[in-house]
Design a protein around this ligand. Structure first.
Ligand code: PMP
Length: 375
């Protein structure tokens, strides 16, 4: 087998289908206005956050040095877990090196062969991979359809069951019917796992997320994942739930046990972002104002969070609109098959409360013109 040839053939296939994706390194101090990333509050470059991350690297070193269960648990992890749990209203939290690891852990440590996972059709790849890792049976429910979830739960009485959803969906930008789903989980003895990657820092009182806003913090049939890599501007993931849930994960979650602890700079950066958010509870309101105005300008429905999804007629039209934006100094994301669950190519435009007002006005104008021209 000639592996180099095999790799080249795969790339050529994707190229021919118009689906080849490439990595574009960003330079430091890039002047482009970024409406493609997930730094929703602009905290990744906030001076307090940068300084906290830099100080932590100087104090603790560049890496945690070992698994959390060996010597890789730092006082910084403890502080972050305590403060994030208090902020979101949960008894306990456990930090992971990525949100991806957190999602792998919550599923694989809670269910196994013979158990059941009911997964919304649009959950993130990390949750899909988590189900594969767990070897549990999976039933895919129609997107945001609580009646479909109810039907599946009713057909599987007595099985250990997880229900997987995102609070705000990463590509579509819509919100899950959390209260209904939590009630169903309770009624059927299931556990609702909510991925708040795009909710915490963005929605709810002071950015406490959609689970908190729905009055479900601490609910006995709910646990949640938060990522530190989006609104928190750093890197990492956190699971939140009861103290016994945390203890179980520490002892049973392989992506936690066999992974090096979250790096000191990331931990301290996330903690500084959290403290900034606590001190500036109005910050998520800037996202709301901006995203509502942008949705109106683009004539699309205002989303629940910071993610605006603009359907485009073809992958080519989406790419052309993206290129037109970049030409005028604005970066938006373009999602095409196979990265879109429903096969619909779209521009994904994210709101960043950290962009100065004048830049935001320019970006709104550019994005509106480009998307209208190519739709
Ligand atoms: N869940 C969702 C919904 C996400 O969008 C992402 C990031 N794309 C993740 C989990 C993974 O988080 P992280 O980037 O921290 O690994």
């Amino acid at each position: 087998m000639n592996w180099e040839q095999w790799f080249a053939d795969r790339v050529a296939e994707r190229e021919a289908a118009g689906l080849r994706r490439i990595l574009k390194p960003r330079g430091a101090g890039d002047p482009v206005i970024d409406l493609a990333g997930n730094d929703y509050l602009g905290l990744s470059t906030h001076p307090d956050v940068r300084r906290a991350a830099a100080d932590a690297a100087l104090t603790w070193g560049a890496g945690a040095g070992a698994s959390r269960l060996v010597t890789g648990t730092l006082e910084l992890h403890d502080a972050l877990e305590r403060e994030l749990a208090a902020f979101t209203g949960w008894p306990a939290a456990l930090a992971f090196s990525t949100g991806y690891h957190a999602n792998l852990s919550v599923v694989a440590a809670l269910v196994g062969k013979g158990d059941l996972v009911v997964s919304d059709a649009h959950v993130h790849a990390s949750l899909i991979d988590a189900v594969r890792l767990s070897r549990a049976d999976v039933a895919v429910a129609r997107h945001n359809d609580a009646a479909d979830v109810a039907r599946i739960l009713a057909a599987n009485p007595g099985r250990r069951t997880l229900v997987l959803v995102e609070s705000i969906y990463s590509v579509l930008g819509d919100a899950a019917p959390l209260a209904e789903l939590a009630a169903l989980a309770e009624q059927h003895g299931a556990l609702l796992v909510v991925d708040e990657a795009h909710g915490v820092g963005v929605v709810g009182e002071g950015g406490r997320g959609l689970v908190h806003a729905a009055g479900l913090a601490g609910h006995p049939h709910v646990v949640l994942t938060v990522t530190l890599s989006k609104a928190m501007g750093a890197q990492g993931g956190v699971l939140l739930g009861p103290a016994s849930f945390r203890e179980h994960l520490v002892n049973a979650a392989r992506p936690f046990i066999f992974d090096t602890g979250l790096a000191p700079a990331s931990t301290a950066g996330a903690l500084a972002s959290l403290r900034h958010l606590v001190g500036h509870p109005d910050l998520p309101g800037v996202i709301r104002t901006r995203v509502d105005a942008l949705a109106a300008a683009l004539a699309v429905e205002a989303p629940a969070g910071a993610v605006l999804s603009v359907p485009m007629p073809s992958p080519q039209a989406a790419l052309a609109a993206q290129a037109a934006c970049l030409e005028e100094g604005v970066r938006v994301a373009c999602f095409r098959p196979p990265s879109v669950p429903d096969g619909v190519s779209r521009l994904r435009i994210t709101t960043n409360a950290g962009v100065p007002d004048a830049d935001w006005a320019h970006a709104t104008d550019v994005v509106t013109r480009a998307s209208k021209e190519h739709r």
